[in-house]
Write a protein that binds this ligand. Structure first.
Ligand code: FES
Length: 99
């Protein structure tokens, strides 16, 4: 799927797992997160957005999300669907998606 070498701190990356498009994020401080890959507003690919600290700004129309929690920042009435993420050695894998 992806390796830590391909997803440096501060990076976003889109991967496909089964039928799901998933965004991987490597947050400042080293934590990894996986969320739905498309913006809940109008389905722009979230991995094309801008990550500033923990806050992702969607490239589509500027909606903002806190990637530590998935919670919408602006607007604050939405939330990204998270996926469990696992790292074994250098390999990052995402589970909990439909095959
Ligand atoms: S598609 Fe993300 S803000 Fe519109």
């Amino acid at each position: 799927m992806a390796t830590l070498d391909e997803l440096w701190e501060g990076d976003l990356r889109e991967v496909t797992v089964g039928a799901e498009v998933v965004m991987l994020a490597h947050l400042p401080g080293g934590e990894l997160r996986a969320y739905q890959g498309e913006c809940p507003h109008s389905r722009f690919p979230l991995a094309t957005g801008d990550l500033d600290g923990d806050v992702l700004t969607c490239a589509g129309h500027g909606w903002e999300f806190d990637l530590r929690t998935g919670q919408g920042v602006n607007p604050d009435n939405c939330r990204l669907q998270p996926f469990p993420i696992r790292v074994v050695g250098e390999q990052i894998s995402v589970s909990g998606v439909r095959p």
